[in-house]
Design a protein around this ligand. Sequence first.
Ligand code: ADP
Ligand code: MG
Length: 388
Amino acid sequence: MIEREPLRRAFRELYGTAPRLFRAPGRVNLIGEHTDYNDGFVLPMAIERETLVAAATRPDRRVRVRSLNTGEDVEFDLEHPGPVRRGSWIDYVEGVAQALIRRGVSLRGADLLIFSNVPAGAGLSSSAALEISTGLALATLAGAEIDPVVLALAGQEAEHTYVGANVGIMDQFVVALGRAGHALLIDCRTLAATPVPLDTAGAAIVICDSNIKHDLASSEYNRRRAECEEGVALLRQFLPGIRALRDVSVADFERHAAALPEVIRRRCLHVVTENARTLAAAAALERGDLAGMGRLMGESHRSLRDDYEVSCAELDLLVEIAGQVGGCLGARMTGGGFGGSTINLVRRDALAEFQATVLREYPRVTNISPFVYVSEAGEGAKEVRDEE
Ligand code: ADP
Ligand code: MG
């Protein structure tokens, strides 16, 4: 947890008034990868790391923001939207402000000070934490009781319009609505979300950041989306009712898969089976079957590596190293791929051995230091009360 008092103090020194505090967590996806934009299922949880925003209104229509992470100040005017896609973090903050305004939330000018301990670009969605924490701050300061689903949609819209990233709804949704001690099974078509209890008494969620990000990520992401759409168009000849790969059962897929070109077939195979795995994983967690959950994570990784082809040598290595530790129940890449993090389910009694093994073996092969940490399922975005 980030210390609250130093941020309040820094705010007073910078802007001369006392702030209110807001927070939004990062997130990690337990399973359900590349399913969100196929109208499918995802099973993420909010993590304990967070972005903290100190905020106070100002008399005009301007918003000033300083990030203690970058040391930069940005400023924008609520009345006169600035250009989109400036390639700076202002895109996330102004983007969510403008998306809220478009959704009928009237905002007031404000001064903001931000600090985050969610690593940027590690696949833990520091971007959603930034959008949702600042969006919540701006809406609440203006007196609005903001529906967290509307806040999530505004964050996603910021990515689409201002950032230029064609993301699904998962990140913003779980960051806004996550619940402590629970993962969230999200139906990305209907946005129905079911909290799934995550019993971490026996096994911990361990995140291993590969500390690498390959340039391929965004071009391949767009290509995968197009491949999935092509798959749907081809499968529609046999399954006329389908709108997305979400509508295709594993059995239906197997019946018609031979009609698809090889690459499209493997992409669709991943999505169709991943949706089934995600529902099975939620059921496994519900009945406390951590070994079953771990097996599904392993299958998910192999499917992402071999069929969807969004893994990379470093992520595969982290998963392989995890497999050397007896008490590791499951390991997989998490997030879009081509770098970022893996997620691991590790028995508590094997935690020390797991961490030591990853910290020793990964740099031995790659010369890169990984970043390993354990997180409980945390709470979604909220205002921080004075006593917290
Ligand atoms: P991820 O969401 O996986 O961390 P993204 O590339 O989507 O990776 O978002 C990372 C970007 O978000 C950073 O490059 C930066 O522009 C912005 N960002 C996130 N947190 C902060 C912060 N605390 N201060 C300034 N910019 C931030
Ligand atoms: Mg992001």
